[in-house]
Design a protein around this ligand. Structure first.
Ligand code: UDP
Length: 244
């Protein structure tokens, strides 16, 4: 980490210049935020857990042919990634009603949705990441029709695959958020999965007890955040030896 050039600091991660052109180092912090930064805290060891959980998910997704920005995990808190141009859209998939959609549409938490829903939010903290439609995405040029089509196709594949992985460890994938980027290689541009996949951006409920094993523990002051993240890592078989 020493003398590495910091390029960007977000709420839960820092991006540093990578060792080779076209690479970045993604550092996972323990900081937790919710409700558009209104609630802030620290979940000790979260960065280490999210680093390994996300490594696991990105590696499994690569194995089924999904292109991601992930190259390799460097150490407990850092991973090497490909530099991409982030598309300013948060893509949310919902299988079961929870969070914002319950308030917005008057649904009960835990209600299965008629089918998996894909939603888009414009990444703009100052606006509170507003819900938008595909019309906004293409009209404002945040992504082309073709790019959006690919994003949706990949997102639905990720949903099916991750739902299966989590089911296998006794966890229901309620909803999650993905981010995508453009990878420029010579004269080619490719859409790749970016950011992270971890209990920070997935809702994960124990299949038998419906216990929440994700950031909702922090959002709702339920306590036991670190233990919940550790539980997910342990069930996936990637619990780091020391959790900080
Ligand atoms: N999510 C996220 N980052 C955001 C907003 C949402 O990772 O800025 C994730 C969240 O963890 C959940 C899913 O996207 O798994 C849907 O979140 P929702 O829209 O219900 O918003 P929330 O209730 O989290 O504010």
């Amino acid at each position: 980490m020493a003398n590495r050039k910091k390029l960007y600091e977000g709420k839960a991660k820092i991006l540093y210049k990578g060792p080779r052109p076209g690479t970045l180092v993604q550092y996972f912090k323990d900081d937790a935020t919710a409700f558009n930064n209104e609630k802030r805290g620290v979940i000790t060891g979260k960065g280490v857990l999210n680093n390994t959980i996300s490594e696991y998910m990105m590696t499994r997704l690569t194995e089924i042919g999904i292109t991601t920005h992930f190259i390799e995990r460097l150490n407990m808190r850092e991973q090497l990634i490909k530099e991409v141009e982030i598309i300013p859209i948060e893509v949310v998939v919902r299988n079961i009603a929870a969070g914002q959609i319950c308030k917005r549409l008057g649904l009960d938490e835990g209600q299965p949705l008629p089918r998996s829903l894909v939603e888009y939010y414009y990444k703009a903290d100052e606006l509170g990441d507003p819900l938008i439609s595909d019309e906004h995405v293409t009209a404002f040029g945040w992504a082309s029709h073709q790019e959006l089509e690919e994003i949706v196709a990949v997102t639905l594949r990720v949903n099916d695959f991750l739902s299966g992985i989590f089911l296998g460890i006794g966890v229901r994938l309620i909803d999650f958020k993905l981010e995508f980027g453009r990878l420029f290689t010579d004269d080619n541009v490719q859409i790749v999965l970016a950011d992270e996949i971890s209990p920070d951006n997935c809702r994960l409920w124990d299949i038998k007890t419906n216990e929440k094993l994700d950031k909702d523990r922090f959002r709702r002051d339920l306590g036991g955040e670190r233990e919940a993240y550790q539980d997910i890592a342990r069930r996936l078989g990637v619990l780091p030896e020391m959790g900080n």
